[in-house]
Design a protein around this ligand. Structure first.
Ligand code: A2P
Length: 289
């Protein structure tokens, strides 16, 4: 997991040997995307790893963009997620097939359980997660998906799976950026050889206003967004930046010509909590202004 990466399509190796690019393009948008233009642009700028989810409503537009590109399916790394209102053994299998259909493909590179609980106060989550996981293991064994994992899981949610599985999760995708690095979950995942990925690596723009990050941007002669993304890379975490602009998509790939010093990494790692999205699997979402 500590492999040195030099461009966005350089890979880490997952616990099962599958190679995964070190940066992905995130496909969640607050407002309806409506067509494939933004994904065509993302492919054009060089992204090959796309992180989507059934809940995002973007799978079909992404499929359209991939087809239009003329690039072979195998050159993409395609990840999707099981939505939280479709959990359970049978539902996981059905929803996986629906995702494949929307994505116009017959396999995924990575499939994740999107949230450990369907609702924050759901009591039987241990049984439900194991039912989903049994289906995920079967899809994996059948070769329908090359790697399997979870998202927004805390260590105790993962522990439930690890104690009862044949195939351990290879990935955990969590909110991760300076000011909200979920250190305990990160440590736990490292210990169990689970690769961590960062959703909202720019903290939904909050990083762009943080004084320390602005200071480091000036020092390293890059943008505040690049500091946040490089921070992920130096923590061995895969950032999933999303942007609607060609220029910023390009900028978000330009992360390998500078290195944040150890001292500055400690500064970033020890920032007080900032930029939290307000989401936690066992709490109602908090909306900040
Ligand atoms: P835009 O689409 O206008 O580029 P996160 O991934 O942390 O949730 O943040 C996403 C937000 O960050 C989007 O609103 C996006 O806006 C913005 N963003 C992405 N890349 C950059 C960048 N390089 N500089 C400034 N803002 C960025």
């Amino acid at each position: 997991m500590e492999e040195k990466v030099r461009n966005i399509n350089d890979c880490y190796t997952l616990a099962n040997g599958v190679k995964i690019p070190c940066v992905a393009y995130g496909t969640f948008f607050e407002t309806e995307v409506g067509n494939s233009d933004i994904f065509e642009m993302a492919i054009d700028t060089g992204y090959r790893y796309f992180d989507t989810a059934s809940a995002y409503g973007t799978e079909n537009y992404l499929a359209e963009a991939m087809e239009k590109s003329g690039i072979r399916r195998e050159e993409f790394f395609l990840a999707s997620k099981l939505r939280r209102d479709c959990m359970g053994y049978e539902e996981t299998k059905k929803e996986f097939e629906r995702s494949l259909k929307r994505l116009h493909t017959d396999y995924l590179d990575l499939y994740l359980i999107h949230w450990p609980l369907p609702t924050p106060d759901y009591k039987e989550w241990k049984t439900l997660d194991l039912a989903c996981w049994r289906a995920m293991e079967e899809l994996y064994r059948e070769g329908r998906v090359r790697a399997v994992g979870v998202s927004n899981f805390m260590p105790y949610h993962i522990e439930n799976i690890l104690k009862n599985c044949d195939v351990p999760p290879m990935v955990n995708q969590i909110e991760f950026h300076p000011g909200y690095s979920q250190e305990i979950t990160l440590q736990y995942c490292r210990k169990h050889n689970i690769l961590v990925q960062a959703w909202s690596p720019i903290g939904r723009r909050k990083m762009l206003e943080e004084p320390l990050i602005l200071k480091l941007a000036e020092k390293y002669k890059v943008s505040a967004a690049q500091i946040s993304l490089r921070y992920c890379i130096q923590r061995g975490v895969i950032p999933l930046p999303k942007s609607s602009s060609y220029e910023r998509m390009k900028q978000n790939q330009d992360l390998f010509a500078f290195e944040i010093s150890e001292e500055d990494m400690y500064r970033l790692e020890t920032l007080p909590q900032i930029g939290w999205s307000g989401q936690h699997p066992e709490r109602e979402r908090i909306y900040f202004e």
